[in-house]
Design a protein around this ligand. Structure first.
Ligand code: HPA
Length: 274
């Protein structure tokens, strides 16, 4: 079956069960699932009920599509994301993002947990993604291009939309959060980086490092969806921090710091309200 047929099947299943899907979407990263606790009138559809959706195998990544309202803004959340390091193809990793695009999503906020590389960053900081370095070795646009989805060679010059970044900065100022800005480096994982890799990434211009977001950002931009990205700095990257990295530490730190990120995201989504 062609990718656009698979997308159509998933879209029809979602619309049949959930009705119309809001035009603003949020992908929830590690430990940021708490955003859904602040939503009202929620409806939830497990990924297992959507044809073509795969379930994440990672602790802290529930797999369901959740619609609802946050303050006055209707949103749809992808609660649970698929990562390249789980062994899925880049096309599987971005399938849910593409289906949201087919359902009419125009704006996508991608969130993640990341390690801080910039020496001024501290655990608990929030960073707007200004640009990325794709070191995953994968790109979701490889293979035949479906011209109905987007162009063969999309320009990524403004992949993290300038207007949305301006709104993020306004929201940070409204909520009293010191928002960091920086370049996000995407590694394949699942091992954390070595100190030498972090020194390399620092020299190449990375401010934060993680294992997600970039595939979805590329696929969404390819489809003409406006993309914004936020990283919650859950730890200092290898070699910068003297302590060993663990997924439990990252998840715990994300949970602690997620309150201010939720305030920021709520304010930001309010500014998108038509
Ligand atoms: N490296 C890669 N991914 C991460 C990190 C890190 O230090 N922290 C959270 N996700």
């Amino acid at each position: 079956m062609s990718i656009s047929n698979e997308i159509t099947l998933a879209k029809e299943a979602i619309q049949e069960k959930m009705g119309e899907i809001p035009s603003i979407a949020v992908t929830l990263g590690s430990g940021l699932g708490a955003l859904t606790e602040h939503m009202e009138d929620t409806r939830e559809l497990p990924y297992s009920d959507i044809p073509g959706f795969v379930q994440s195998s990672v602790a802290g990544h529930l797999g369901s599509l959740i619609t609802g309202r946050i303050d006055e803004t209707e949103i749809v959340c992808l609660s649970g994301r698929i990562h390249l390091y789980e062994g899925y193809s880049p096309q599987q990793v971005v399938f849910a993002t593409r289906v949201l695009g087919a359902c009419g999503v125009k704006t996508l906020l991608l969130t993640n947990a990341a390690g801080g590389i910039n020496p001024s960053f501290r655990a608990g900081d929030v960073m707007e993604i200004v640009d990325h370095l794709n070191f995953s070795g994968k790109n979701p646009l490889t293979g035949p291009n479906d011209d109905t989805l987007g162009p063969r060679f999309p320009d990524l010059g403004n992949i993290y939309n300038g207007n949305l970044r301006e709104k993020l900065r306004q929201s940070a100022s409204d909520t009293g959060l010191q928002l960091r800005s920086g370049v996000y480096a995407c590694m394949l994982g699942p091992s954390y980086e070595t100190p030498a890799e972090i020194r390399m990434l620092a020299r190449l211009g990375a401010d934060a490092v993680g294992m997600s977001t970039v595939p979805e950002a590329i696929a969404a931009h390819h489809m003409g969806i406006e993309v914004a990205g936020l990283s919650l700095i859950t730890n200092l990257a290898a070699g910068i921090s003297s302590t060993a990295l663990s997924h439990e530490e990252v998840t715990l730190a994300a949970r602690d710091a997620s309150r201010k990120m939720i305030a920021l995201v709520t304010s930001f989504l309010g500014k998108l309200h038509p």
